[in-house]
Design a protein around this ligand. Sequence first.
Ligand code: PEP
Ligand code: MN
Length: 287
Amino acid sequence: MLDARLVKKSHPEHHTIVQLSNQVAIGGSNVIVIGGPCTVENAAQMEQVASQLAVAPIHALRGGVYKPRTSPYSFQGMGVEGLQILAEARSRYGMPVVTEVMSIAQIELVATYADMLQIGSRNMQNFELLKALGQAGKPVLLKRGLSATIEEFVMAAEYIMAHGNPSVVLCERGIRSFDTYTRNVLDLGAVVALRQLTHLPVIVDPSHAAGKRELVADLARAAVACGADGLIIECHPEPDKSVSDARQALSLEAMVALVHSLEPIARAVGRTLTKDQGAKTKQLAAV
Ligand code: PEP
Ligand code: MN
């Protein structure tokens, strides 16, 4: 491993806890779930999402307002209007929000609305952006690059920490391979390795890995079983009508059922999965 000075685990009990809000922390004994649509589409959509997810053991909301689309002709996101919609859902339901920043110019604005800044796969090695996040004053959710090695992923996190931001959460979201049946290959080996190599929380995005909604629940359960500190999952009130990533979107009902199915798995690996974050300051016992 290269000189990963700051992200490297110094002893087996070395775990960083990243605080998203007073109630929500990632990296403790409680497994954290982040849910919401790929893209924020309108206020009614986010209201429906937040009201249904808020009553389940789901801790934070997601929704893109600056979208990295493969085609320049696809919807690029609602921008600041979308940030206002996220902030409204956040204050009504007391759930922190996570959204993507694609450029240095967006950091300041997004940081005034969001609780965590997502760096998408396509920007994992945008080193100037990573450096700027050092001073963002908000936790960063760093997604693994489409074809990034574990070492490159770890070093991208090192950039953010080396520039002054200690609150980084790693996200395994699948990597490119030859198979087109799944969108990407979910690398659970990387989840295990990252949790051994680094003290940072590691979460899993089974939605972008699978690309198909019928694969998401089993992959989510496997992620919790292998020690992931949390999950980020796409869901939508009308999945087939999602403006982006419709094929992988869960219904809100399926999302809530999935999260309940994770509870016994979390317990089996010495974790909890509760809405109540009394567990937030409890350090994770060595397993
Ligand atoms: C997303 O979270 O909607 C997204 C674009 O993810 P990724 O960067 O992992 O492709
Ligand atoms: Mn998406």
